[in-house]
Design a protein around this ligand. Structure first.
Ligand SMILES: Nc1nc2c(ncn2[C@@H]2O[C@H](COP(=O)(O)OP(=O)(O)O)[C@@H](O)[C@H]2O)c(=O)[nH]1
Ligand SMILES: [Mg+2]
Length: 322
């Protein structure tokens, strides 16, 4: 995913310190004082300009992102607000470039190249400081986005249920290789996202964040929206119940959550009772993600909800004129 390579966004002072240090080094290469001052201005100008452009290029084109990222980004930060901040960075890059270029030229012509150099430092610093809030905001965005789980536009099974019912164990069981441990911004707990190849396709299994373990009324607007963004990517939902109550939540409470989850989605919700090794259940579907018993059947049922490959309907025999 693009976000993983999103570089840190430095603060205004970090950008300036680095650029001035680089420029000071460049300046030492010139023996003539005026030339040295001109070189300093040029170097600051290009260091600042290039760094700002690099920041902008690091962010992906939001319109082209998979739906989940678009929605999550919009819920958490507002895509429009991110665009505005990127626009401000673009403005600063342009102006630092123009003013720096202009002052470098003046330093060359001036009798007092030192004062032109000082002027350049002040003006470029002022431009970069003006976007300090934008830079800090973009870095916050970056820190959250790069830790989002990898969720593609693919056949998706969302796993819901209370904590400790066996959601992660299920995903581990069915996705073979070590699945990704990620986190949503509203939980510190690691959530598991896994993929499984089925023929040429991939199915993805998405854990739900620790939003579901609190009553719906206690969730804030962002949590509610985020939950619906996650539920939105589901082609089918697997709701896991722990009839043993070992998870710490009585079965009745778990059933209430099941009803709530049903209300959140328009796709099928499959219910399975887990931990069959320690507790039987009247549920039609039972499994143990501990021993593996029944897991295959649950998986097969889930995979049966894959959209059928669209085959072209057989061409109708042309009507023949007789
Ligand atoms: N006895 C038993 N314990 C299980 C089973 N599945 C999971 N557990 C245990 O339940 C706890 C929570 O499992 P986990 O998969 O992390 O649940 P999650 O919070 O829903 O992701 C762990 O200690 C597991 O070892 C099962 O089928 N049988
Ligand atoms: Mg878990």
């Amino acid at each position: 995913m693009e976000f993983e390579r999103l570089p840190t966004v430095p603060t205004a002072d970090e950008i300036l310190d680095r650029s001035f240090r680089r420029a000071a080094k460049k300046m030492k290469e010139k023996i003539n004082k005026d030339r040295a001052n001109e070189e300093f201005v040029r170097a600051v100008r290009s260091a600042v300009h290039d760094r700002l452009v690099y920041i902008i290029r690091g962010f992906p084109e939001f319109d082209e992102l998979p739906q989940f990222y678009r929605e999550m980004t919009d819920i958490l930060f507002g895509i429009e607000r991110i665009r505005q901040s990127l626009g401000a960075v673009g403005w600063a890059a342009k102006h630092a470039g123009m003013i720096g270029g202009d002052l470098a030229f003046r330093a060359r012509k001036s009798k007092d190249s030192l004062s032109v150099r000082k002027q350049a430092v002040a003006r470029i610093a002022s431009i970069v400081h003006q976007i300090d809030d934008d830079l800090r905001f973009l870095n916050e965005v970056r820190n959250v986005l790069r830790n989002l789980p990898h969720i593609e536009d693919a056949f998706t099974i969302v796993i819901a249920g209370y904590p400790n019912v066996g959601k992660s164990s299920f995903i581990r069981r069915v996705t073979g290789a070590e699945p990704e441990v990620a986190s949503y911004p509203f939980t510190t707990k690691g959530i598991i996202v896994g993929h499984r190849k089925i023929g040429r396709e991939r199915a993805q299994f998405v854990d739900t964040p620790g939003i579901l373990d609190r009553p719906a009324e206690e969730r804030n607007v962002i949590e509610r929206q985020a939950l619906s963004a996650i539920m939105n990517v589901a082609n089918v939902v697997l709701f896991i119940i722990d009839p043993s109550g070992h998870c710490g939540y009585p079965v009745e409470v778990q059933r209430r959550l099941l009803e709530e989850v049903r209300g959140l989605v328009s796709v099928p919700v499959i219910v399975v009772a887990n931990k069959s090794d320690i507790m039987d259940s009247s549920e039609d579907l039972r499994m143990s993600t501990g021993t593996g018993e029944g897991v295959r059947e649950v998986l097969d049922l889930l995979l049966s909800y894959r959209p059928k490959p669209t085959r072209r309907p057989p061409a109708e025999a042309p009507l023949q004129n007789r």
